[in-house]
Design a protein around this ligand. Structure first.
Ligand SMILES: [Fe+2]
Ligand SMILES: [Fe+2]
Length: 331
């Protein structure tokens, strides 16, 4: 993998924080982990300048860094489709969605940097050198415009559902506050996907067939976005970073999207899918998680191209960073 050109302004060696703010005047401390967990269990909210236990700081950081990387890679995919979107109206929505996703990444990188573990530049280096990770759905190729619709309808909806579950009871204050805005915008993305999907569902036979092909490609990645079933001792749940188990989020998603797709005349690409006679709920086939693990190690079908494109985008924008950091002194 080629190296990244960081430019003369890079702060990587010096570990200069790019975004440090004080959220409250007093640094709170806890006697031990039991004391801290009791604080969390009673609805306590942690701020960046609190003396939080190191394992909590690391867990929150890893989670937000993964989220930020995913928003960034998603924004670049969206950008690819601005020139290919059919007509001015669709180009404008693709443009707006690109700005939203890149904006989400910026906000999340700032929140992650405030945890004092890595600077924003260090996070970018690690992402573009393939050392850190991003959500499974951004490791696959988007083949067609209907794939873009499936991504907006199925994937943005899955991302929204998992973000809502984090927002609901998130113990890390800055993340919860940023998620309020991210969720509002993701809601628009999902509605936009739904509107486009309905057009295809009720369009020509060719449009319907193309949409079905895209649903066939994106259904499994979307239900896998929630991740494997949560471990009983999942620290993200214990520390109220997440509020719901992965399998519960997935189940709710399946109960909502299977009937919607069937009502639009589509089929679900899961031969084992069936409605339980006892509780009336849709049950999907067991998921083989091995291919996902490989994908998440940046070994998916489109991982290398996407990381290389992200690296080129970063290098091509070097003049912007230079212009911002080398501004003439005010006279
Ligand atoms: Fe987003
Ligand atoms: Fe989105």
């Amino acid at each position: 993998m080629g190296s990244v050109n960081w430019g003369a302004h890079s702060t990587v060696p010096g570990k200069t924080l790019t975004n440090v703010r004080l959220y409250n005047d007093t640094m709170r401390t806890w006697r031990d982990m039991d004391d801290f967990e009791e604080f969390l269990d009673t609805g306590g909210v942690v701020e960046p300048n609190d003396a939080m236990p190191e394992p909590y700081r690391q867990a929150v950081f890893r989670f937000i860094e993964l989220h930020a990387n995913s928003e960034y890679m998603g924004g670049l995919t969206e950008r690819d489709w601005i020139p290919k979107a059919p007509g001015l109206h669709r180009k404008l929505t693709a443009l707006a969605k690109t700005q939203d996703e890149i904006g989400h990444a910026h906000l999340l990188y700032m929140v992650a940097a405030d945890l004092g573990i890595k600077t924003r530049e260090e996070m970018m280096v690690d992402l573009l050198e393939g050392r850190t990770h991003f959500h499974n759905v951004f490791h696959y190729r988007v083949h067609s415009w209907t794939d873009q619709i499936a991504v907006a309808y199925l994937v943005d909806a899955a991302a929204l559902a998992s973000q809502q579950a984090v927002f609901k009871n998130c113990s890390y204050g800055p993340y919860k506050r940023i998620l309020r805005r991210v969720i509002a915008e993701e809601g628009f993305h999902m509605r936009n996907g739904e509107e486009m999907m309905l057009l295809m569902a009720h369009g020509s036979d060719t449009q319907h067939e193309m949409m079905q092909e895209s649903i066939d490609r994106w259904w499994l990645p979307a239900v896998q976005l929630f991740g494997p079933d949560s471990r009983p001792d999942d620290e993200l749940l214990r520390w109220h970073i997440k509020s719901e188990r992965n399998e519960d989020l997935r189940d709710r998603y399946v109960q909502k999207f299977v009937p919607q797709l069937l009502a639009c005349g589509f089929t679900i690409p899961d031969p084992g899918l069936e409605k339980d006679k006892n509780d009336g709920k849709w049950k999907i086939s067991p998921i083989d998680w091995e291919p996902l693990k490989q994908t998440m190690r940046n070994g998916g079908p489109d991982s290398a191209r996407r990381i290389s494109d992200a690296r080129n985008a970063w290098n091509n924008a070097e003049w912007v960073r230079d212009a911002l950091t080398n501004q003439p002194a005010p006279t």
